[in-house]
Design a protein around this ligand. Structure first.
Ligand SMILES: Cc1ncc(COP(=O)(O)O)c(C=O)c1O
Length: 405
């Protein structure tokens, strides 16, 4: 049995095929390339029971991942994150069957490790020696650390006000790190210029085909952890939207493999954005096929400050196909939820993850989330990566003071 059932790449706009055994970037039509597998052959050879006894990492799904030779895997032990019932915050929201998939405990502190593990492993397999990417922080940190482990030279450009810890993770890994006085879109222009000069693999979001495959594993894990019975609703903090595209792809592949019920509707996917940067929400409200650049975007949920996503049309397609929703929340709302989740569940979620609780509250109040539905919050990172987002007043004891009883 082959280690991977990788078949080819294809353009989602023109359906033109591309070879998967050489470096590829965007399609000729300028779209992200998607990875196809030989699902007919895999369906005959692979069953859910085969997963038993495999490593608790995302590589347990290697047949559905693009790395052909396991010798090329670059791993820090990523994946198979906990799926936790959260009844206390669930009760507060009026959602009794509420779950938290917590990516905060993954290597590098955010779910970007999934895309980096698979993306860097495949880059290594393809002989890449140097890559470059713009980032809002977490992806740059993850790709730098995994690149260091792979012996690949990373060049990373990030906004100067990206979370300091992500800057430190990137710099410490030995990557070439540059800051811009602007947004991820400004960082992207710098990277595009450097890539055009030659010699660099463009690892910008969706300009390489493989990070989607890494993020897809969140969908595979959810399915397995729920014993192949998918939830009703999944909320996702949407910047570039890679995870949402990946989860949607995972469910389609599982349907084709016959591992999940084809007659049951797939989970309704919810793209959550900040009201200071909500291009996908605006496009979804207008039933548009693509989004427009969001000028002067701002939010404390730094990872979702993406004014225009290259894969916006794929995100919107996933929302329309799944009967999903797109919703924006204010920074003040998400910060209030972050505190509440910590108090009620002991989970210190990142601001992006906290935004999902604010969205779930609104969607339950509007009865879009129905009583009794099973709902999953995908917390994409550790709250401890953002020490400055939280303001706390703590009394300083003076000599002779006693703790109040
Ligand atoms: C913590 C966190 N959540 C969510 C996102 C958005 O991810 P995506 O690009 O998949 O929409 C990011 C991206 O930087 C992030 O760092």
């Amino acid at each position: 049995m082959p280690y991977s059932y990788l078949s080819h790449l294809y353009c989602p706009k023109t359906h033109e095929r591309y070879a998967a055994d050489q470096v590829q970037q965007l399609s000729k039509a300028g779209a992200p390339l998607l990875v196809a597998y030989d699902l007919d052959a895999l369906k005959k050879a692979w069953k859910p029971a085969d997963l038993q006894g495999r490593d608790a990492s995302l590589w347990r799904y290697h047949e559905l991942l693009p790395v052909v030779d396991p010798a090329n895997i670059v791993t820090l032990g990523e994946g198979f994150t906990p799926l936790l019932p959260t009844p206390a915050i669930g009760h507060d929201l009026g959602i009794d069957d509420l779950w938290l998939k917590d990516e905060g405990i993954i290597p590098t502190g955010s779910f970007k490790a999934r895309g980096a593990a698979v993306g860097v492993s495949k880059a290594k397999e393809l002989g890449v020696q140097a890559l470059a990417m713009p980032t809002n922080g977490n992806a740059g940190a993850a790709w730098s650390l995994y690149s260091a482990r792979a012996g690949i030279k990373a060049t990373v450009v990030m906004p100067q006000d990206a979370p300091l810890i992500t800057r430190n993770e990137t710099a410490l890994s030995g990557a070439n790190l540059y800051l811009v006085d602007g947004l991820i879109s400004d960082a992207g222009k710098q990277v595009a210029q450097a890539v055009a000069e030659g010699g660099l693999y463009d690892a910008s979001t969706l300009k390489e085909p493989y990070r989607i495959e890494g993020k897809k594993t969140m969908g595979l894990e959810l399915a397995e952890q729920f014993d192949w019975q998918l939830p009703d609703v999944i909320l996702y903090p949407t910047g570039g939207g890679v995870g949402l595209i990946g989860i949607h792809k995972a469910f389609n592949e599982l349907q084709e493999l016959g591992w999940i019920d084809v007659d049951k509707p797939l989970p309704r996917l919810v793209a959550v954005q900040a009201s200071g940067c909500a291009p996908i929400v605006k496009a979804w409200e207008q039933k548009a096929a693509a989004s427009e650049f969001w000028a002067d975007s701002t939010t404390v949920a730094f990872g979702i400050n993406v004014p225009k996503a290259l894969g916006d049309f794929l995100v919107l397609e996933a929302l329309y196909e799944s009967n999903g929703y797109a919703i924006a929340v204010d920074d003040a709302e998400l910060l209030a939820e972050q505190r509440k989740v910590a108090e009620l569940e002991g989970a210190f979620v990142c601001p992006e993850g906290a935004a999902l609780y604010a969205a779930a509250r609104k969607l339950r109040a509007a009865d879009w989330i129905k009583a009794g539905e099973r709902v999953v919050i995908l917390n994409t990172g550790a709250g401890i990566k953002y020490p400055d987002t939280v303001q706390v007043d703590v009394p300083l004891l003076q000599p002779g003071d006693r703790l109040p009883r």
